[in-house]
Design a protein around this ligand. Structure first.
Ligand code: PLP
Length: 393
């Protein structure tokens, strides 16, 4: 094993079950390990590297920004943060943006916003309903919102005020909502939970309920947002309009950044209510503005839709060939195959054959490649998957 891997095992805290693989370079949709072996990257830093590796526009903008100004406090304005906020607001139903550094933090911001919104209604209106099998991050508030016992069990008690409805089951949600509910938070496609798409009628019913009861409808678009499904925001596929969304993962194309967007009704934060030292700094927001312009001003979103549909069709065809594929689920370039065989084995074999994929939920292999992936590269992925499944099926 390489020095990097051995020293990594020695010095890095054991919070991930890492593969013994050390990556040093990327180009397009490929990454290279220390030995020079090439991998087709269908993981993309877990739905992060939207523009792939070595994107000229992104790297040039970042280099220029590094020379000019890396960081300055949110006590002041910067053109980069204003530009990222403007692009997000002008291309969405939202009125304001708040920047932070990760998905969990974006959700923390949304949860605090929800509590403050609740206070404007009544002193006891502070409960948030989220979903079973959801994932909202590892910080304490976001972990409480995450409806998966496996992530919570070592850290109980959780913060109070959360309850979990069955996803895609409107009555289950309705039974949990009362006058003390300030918000409903959900993903329109559950990502870590196993690529489980929400049903349109369900999501529309949730929106209507929130409107009727004056509850904030909040959507976690940390994984589904930023073009992943072929729309800037995944909620656009369901003809719904939330009050709040959270973003991260793809937003910075690899540079750490998160954001929360809200409409006028939910715009209740005042100075000192919430803050982040690094949030939206000029380097991170430079990256976000480049990614947003690629999505908004080039045919990239159309391509995501087209190539995403193609990936889905190819996976469905594989399903006919391999009985170990129980179901193909997803939207755009966020696809999953539910398997009847161990996912870990498939992920490991894919790696051996030169492709990175990532598990999701209990038994799902997830495909969340860079948004720039081509049909030919999807063919390559399907070829590798075919070889792997022929071995284990
Ligand atoms: C990844 C993810 C998060 C957490 O984001 P971090 O940047 O790891 O904190 C939250 N919500 C969803 C839907 C995610 O996929």
């Amino acid at each position: 094993m390489s020095v990097t891997i051995l020293q990594g095992q020695k010095y890095i805290m054991n919070t991930y079950s890492r593969f013994p693989l050390s990556l040093i370079k990327g180009e397009g949709v490929y990454v290279y390990d220390e030995t020079g072996k090439k991998y087709l990257d269908m993981c993309a830093g877990i739905a992060v590297n939207a523009l792939g590796y070595g994107h000229k526009g992104l790297s040039e903008a970042l280099k220029k920004q590094v020379d000019e100004l890396l960081h300055i406090s949110n006590l002041y304005y910067t053109p980069q943060q204003v530009e990222a906020a403007r692009l997000l607001v002008e291309n969405s139903p939202f009125a304001k943006a708040f920047f932070c550094n990760s998905g969990a933090e974006a959700n923390e911001a949304a949860l605090k916003l929800a509590k403050k919104f609740g206070k404007t209604k009544s002193a006891t209106c502070n409960k948030v309903v989220t979903m079973e099998h959801s994932f909202h991050g590892r910080t304490y508030g976001a972990l409480g919102a995450t409806g998966q016992m496996k992530y919570q069990k070592s850290f109980t008690p959780m913060l109070p005020g959360y309850s979990y409805a069955q996803y895609n089951d409107f009555n289950s949600l309705k039974a949990l909502v009362d006058e003390d509910t300030c918000a409903v938070l959900l993903e329109v496609i559950q990502g870590e939970g196993g690529i489980i798409p929400g049903q349109k009628e369900y999501l529309q019913a949730v929106e209507a309920l929130c409107k009727e009861k004056n509850i904030l409808f909040m959507i976690d678009e940390v994984q589904t947002g930023m073009g992943r499904t072929g729309k800037l925001f995944a909620f656009e596929n369901f003809a719904i309009q939330p009050d709040v969304v959270t973003l991260a993962k793809g937003l910075g194309g690899g540079v750490p950044i998160g954001a929360m967007l809200c409409n006028e009704k939910a715009d209740v934060f005042e100075p000192a209510d919430h803050a982040s030292t690094f949030g939206g700094n000029p380097l991170a927001t430079t990256a976000a503005a480049v990614v947003l312009k690629e999505l908004l001003e080039t045919p990239l979103l159309k391509q995501v839709k087209k190539v995403g549909n193609y990936l889905e069709a190819c996976l469905k065809e594989l399903q006919r060939e391999f009985s170990c594929i129980k179901e193909v689920r997803g939207m755009g370039l966020m696809q999953g195959i539910e398997l009847t065989i161990p996912v870990k084995e498939v992920v490991t074999l894919c790696m051996e054959k030169g492709m990175l994929v990532v598990g999701s939920g209990l038994n799902v292999v997830r495909f969340v490649p860079p948004l720039i992936i081509s049909k030919a590269e999807v063919d390559e992925a399907i070829d590798i998957l075919k070889k792997v499944l022929s071995k284990v099926n």
